[in-house]
Design a protein around this ligand. Structure first.
Ligand SMILES: [Ca+2]
Length: 311
């Protein structure tokens, strides 16, 4: 059993990630969901987290609101991908629960430090602002946390927000740099991996055919995302990025990767937020992340959608 905290800026793929974890109580204990500004502003990401939990009747899971902006830069959002609300495509039920009062980075510190060392894993699906703030608040967090599994970065695949950078790292490169230099064991799932996990019509049909409220809701939400991605990339479907984090925790054998040194660009206007991955070990620097590069896409969708539909 592994205890986890999901740090997220919910668009549908984030929601699939933490809901699939909630559907796996034999393997994962979800301590909390913490929200951050990213795909859409903080008020909306927080509301989306509550709505997703409302949909599956798990309003017992505490949701903490975190940073409204990156550490030093103005917020960049992605309404062009996820719509104005971040959850465009289907009207989820209005939340009946409230956010917890505590600031998310403080809640992360409290939840991790009050438990045995190396027993809580942070699942990061968004810009890493909350994690950097938690490390500033309590530097011992780096030794106490079990590790971070994150969706973010890109190296051979090119960027999805600039030619060089993936969205999460681009939005808050200083936070990403702080996390990568923290000494925390990191599993990084970059676009190089997630771009193999495409939501094709056949995969999406599994959700529609289930005919359940959850299946129907996510069919429409992911269908909305897919339109943008299909037009942008010319692929048969858009990638289901963030749920790879949960899939890795549940079934690491679906992935392959390599221990490498990763650094984040924080200065160059041209390549801001780029993750420089030393795949061939040419820098001879000590490794600081396991970077995943392949995923068994059929196994991934089978696992994640089966979990989602079991709620
Ligand atoms: Ca996300």
């Amino acid at each position: 059993m592994r205890s986890v905290i999901f740090d997220t800026d919910p668009s549908p793929d984030d929601a699939v990630a933490f809901l699939a974890a909630l559907a796996s109580p034999d393997q994962l204990e979800v301590l909390a969901i913490t929200t951050v500004a990213g795909n859409v502003p903080l008020k909306l990401t927080s509301r989306n987290a509550l709505k997703a939990l409302e949909l599956v009747g798990r309003t017992d899971v505490p949701v903490y609101k975190g940073a409204a902006a990156p550490l030093v830069r103005p917020l960049v959002t992605a309404e062009h991908v996820h719509g104005r609300t971040g959850f465009d495509g289907y009207d989820l039920p209005e939340p009946t629960t409230e956010l917890r009062l505590e600031f998310a980075p403080d809640a992360i510190v409290q939840l991790v430090m009050s438990r045995p060392a190396r027993s809580v894993t942070l699942c990061c699906l968004a810009p890493l602002t909350n994690i950097a703030l938690a490390l500033a608040r309590e530097p011992r967090l780096a030794q106490h946390v079990a590790g971070i599994v994150m969706m973010g970065g890109t190296f051979s695949e090119g960027g999805n927000i600039t030619p060089a950078a993936e969205f999460n790292f681009y939005v808050d490169p200083e936070a990403a740099a702080r996390v990568f230099s923290s000494g925390i064991p990191i599993v990084m799932i970059p676009l190089d991996c997630t771009h193999q996990a495409l939501i094709t019509d056949a995969r999406l049909e599994v959700l529609r055919a289930a005919g359940t409220p959850i299946g129907t809701a996510f069919y429409h939400l992911l269908e909305f995302n897919k339109r943008f991605d299909r037009a942008k990339y010319g692929w048969p479907g858009g990638p289901l990025h963030d749920a790879t984090v949960t899939a890795y925790l549940l079934a690491p054998h679906l992935f392959t990767g390599r221990d490498v040194f990763v650094a984040i660009e924080c200065a160059s206007p041209l390549t801001l937020g780029a993750s420089v991955v030393d795949w061939w070990g040419v820098s001879e620097k000590p490794t600081n992340a396991l970077v995943l590069r392949t995923v068994d896409a059929d196994g991934y969708f089978e696992l994640i959608f089966q979990k989602l539909l079991s709620l």
